[in-house]
Design a protein around this ligand. Structure first.
Ligand SMILES: C[S@@+](CC[C@H](N)C(=O)[O-])C[C@H]1O[C@@H](n2cnc3c(N)ncnc32)[C@H](O)[C@@H]1O
Length: 196
């Protein structure tokens, strides 16, 4: 699957990795920063997504589309399309540029607006990557889990670097009888839940 990374995708990945690393040190405001996952988390979520059962793939929190590029590799493998949700207009513009430059618009659908409203109309979710503001994690989790197919996978980012903020959500996910779950120490820490 990783052999499917095209020259165009690699160029955009390299560009966004550069912007993201400068963002973190040059005083760019939090909302303007890309705040994207590191490449090892990208590989991890692509591998998980590529092994999910049949169903819909979603991402909550697109930013400039870096993590969506990784998930798109699983979409190519599976012949499916990712729906990715983003609320901020500047990020929507960047993500559109990403998907066009990387030539992956056939594998990624960018949906503008509040993910919480949009998720309500979805079902048969087999893969969800949750990477938005920490305040909405619990609400998103509670909306997505009932809509997941058996053996579907939900991955939530920042489970280690924002453990204290996310503690109530993480503790309820880790003891939720609807899923098998654990926190994987890769990148910023990934909560991985598989629907029973
Ligand atoms: C941590 S960044 C996502 C990084 C991205 N997943 C990546 O690794 O490339 C979080 C993004 O979630 C977006 N966001 C926050 N709340 C949202 C909501 N309710 N609906 C849709 N997007 C939201 C933010 O605007 C921000 O761009």
């Amino acid at each position: 699957m990783f052999d499917k990374i095209t020259v165009e995708m690699k160029a955009r990945m390299d560009y966004l990795e550069g912007v993201d690393s400068v963002d973190r040190t040059d005083g760019t405001t939090r909302l303007q920063r890309l705040r994207q996952i590191p490449p090892e988390t990208g590989k991890f979520i692509a591998l998980l997504a590529s092994n999910c059962p049949m169903g819909n793939f979603i991402e909550i929190g697109t930013s400039a589309g870096y993590s969506a590029m990784w998930i798109s590799l699983a979409c190519m493998d599976r012949g499916t399309r990712l729906k990715t949700f983003e609320i901020l207009p500047e990020k929507i513009n960047l993500a559109q540029q990403t998907f066009e430059q990387a030539k992956i618009t056939q594998y990624v659908e960018l949906i503008e607006g509040d993910a919480i409203e949009q998720i309500k109309s979805l079902d048969e979710i087999s893969f969800c990557f949750l990477d938005a503001e920490k305040e909405i994690y619990e609400q998103c989790y509670n909306l997505v889990i009932p809509k997941m197919v058996k053996n579907g996978i939900l991955v939530a980012d920042n489970a280690i670097n924002h453990y204290e903020t996310l503690k109530p959500m993480l503790e309820s996910a880790l003891t939720d009888s609807r899923v098998d779950s654990l926190i994987v120490p890769i990148g910023k820490g990934e909560l991985v839940c598989r629907k029973r």
